[in-house]
Design a protein around this ligand. Structure first.
Ligand SMILES: [Zn+2]
Length: 152
């Protein structure tokens, strides 16, 4: 079944929070960190706050999920990524009931996730930068996932 194979390959590409965070970092700063406040290029990953970088020049803190549906979510990035992938690769979409079963989360969480993803979903596969990045790092992945990670 194509859907199941696609999901397992997706999970191989994004097995944990670190790989998801690396993807978001790459999306946000393809040329390396750039501080949105001062333009500085040096940052440290904060230990106390998830996925947040602090500019070493001005101290401004920037989350890699800022401006995305995932911002301030308590759900792991992996759940967001997998839910977005599932919804994007099923032509009829995914119901909250299906997400609940596939991801092992509660119905309420699945429902909220589906709402947020539907609202913010964009076709990243049409972004040439993303395609290039994806090809260079995941050569065996059959088709890029459509995700909800729009960054204004
Ligand atoms: Zn700065």
């Amino acid at each position: 079944m194509a859907g199941a194979r696609s999901l397992s390959e997706f999970q191989t590409s994004f097995p944990d929070e670190t790989s998801c965070a690396a993807f978001l970092f790459e999306r946000r700063w393809p040329q390396g960190f750039v501080c949105p406040a001062c333009g500085g290029g040096r940052a440290a990953l904060l230990k106390g706050r998830a996925h947040t970088y602090k500019c070493l020049d001005c101290g401004r803190q920037t989350s890699i999920t800022a401006g995305t549906a995932m911002h301030r979510s308590k759900l792991p990035l992996t759940v967001w990524f997998w839910a977005a992938h599932l919804m994007a690769t099923h032509s009829n979409g995914m119901s909250a009931v299906q997400l609940e079963a596939q991801l092992g989360i509660t119905y309420k969480t699945a429902w909220l996730l589906a709402q947020k993803l539907r609202r913010s979903m964009i076709e990243i596969t049409s972004a040439s930068r993303w395609r290039a990045w994806w090809r260079s790092t995941r050569p065996k992945f059959p088709s890029g996932p459509t995700t909800a990670f729009s960054i204004p």
